[in-house]
Design a protein around this ligand. Sequence first.
Ligand code: SF4
Length: 241
Amino acid sequence: MTKSGTAQSYLPTLRPGGSPAQGLDTLREAAQRCRGCELYQGANQVVFSEGPPDAAVVMVGEQPGDVEDKKGEPFVGPAGRLLREAMEEAGIPVGDTYLTNAVKHFKFHQDSGSKRRLHDTPKRTEIVACRPWLLAEFALLRPRVVVALGAVACSALVGPAFRLTKVRGQLLDWPDVADHPEDYPSLDPPAQFVATVHPSAVLRADDRDAARAAFVADLIAAGAVMAPDRRGSTAKRPSAR
Ligand code: SF4
C-alpha cells in the first residue's frame, strides 16, 4: 500500500515547541478530514481519543462502535462501560488513562431492511491505513504501560504475527515487543505492554462472569506496572510523523 492509500498524507505538521496536549488537539482536528481509506464514507465522524497525554496507562481498542460513532467519543457504548467498570475494579484510574483505537472510523454493515449497524472487523489494509494516527499519538505520549484490547489492537501496535492468546495478561517490554520498535519513542522509565481481549468479547462470552474475571485479572497485571511515584520520568520523543 502506498502512502497515498493511508492516513499519512493527512497528518498535520505539529507546531515546534508545542505541548503534547496541543499536539493531540491538532491531530484530533486534522483526523476529521482523513480520507486515508474508505471507512470515512459510511461513518458519521472520526472518533479519536480521550485522556491526558501524560497518562500512565494507554489503552488501544479496535475501532469505535455504533454508540461511539454517534457521540464522537471512544468507549462510551456497552463495551466501554464494561471496560471502565473493569478498570475501576483493577485499580486503574480512568483519569490517568489515555483511551484510543487502532482504527478511527466505525466499520459496519446493515442487513437488508434493517437500520441496525453491525460491527465489521477492520481488514489489515485498513489497520495499516489508520496506523499513522496511532504512531503520531504515541509520539506524544509517555505511558508506563500500554494495553492492547483485542487482536486488531495487537496487530496495529505490535504486528500481524502477534498471537494474543499465547501471551495474554503477561508483562512484555514496550516497545521492544513490537515488530518495529523504532516506530515508537523509547521511554525512561521503560514501559510495559499487556495484551488482553476487547471488552466486547467479554460481553459476547458464554460464561460472562468467567470472561469478566479474566479480563479484570489482565488489567490488574497492567495496573501493577504503575509505580506510586512517576516524578522525574522523562521521554525521548521523536518528532511526530
Ligand atoms: S479509518 Fe483511519 S485511515 Fe481510514 S479514513 Fe478513518 S481516520 Fe482515515
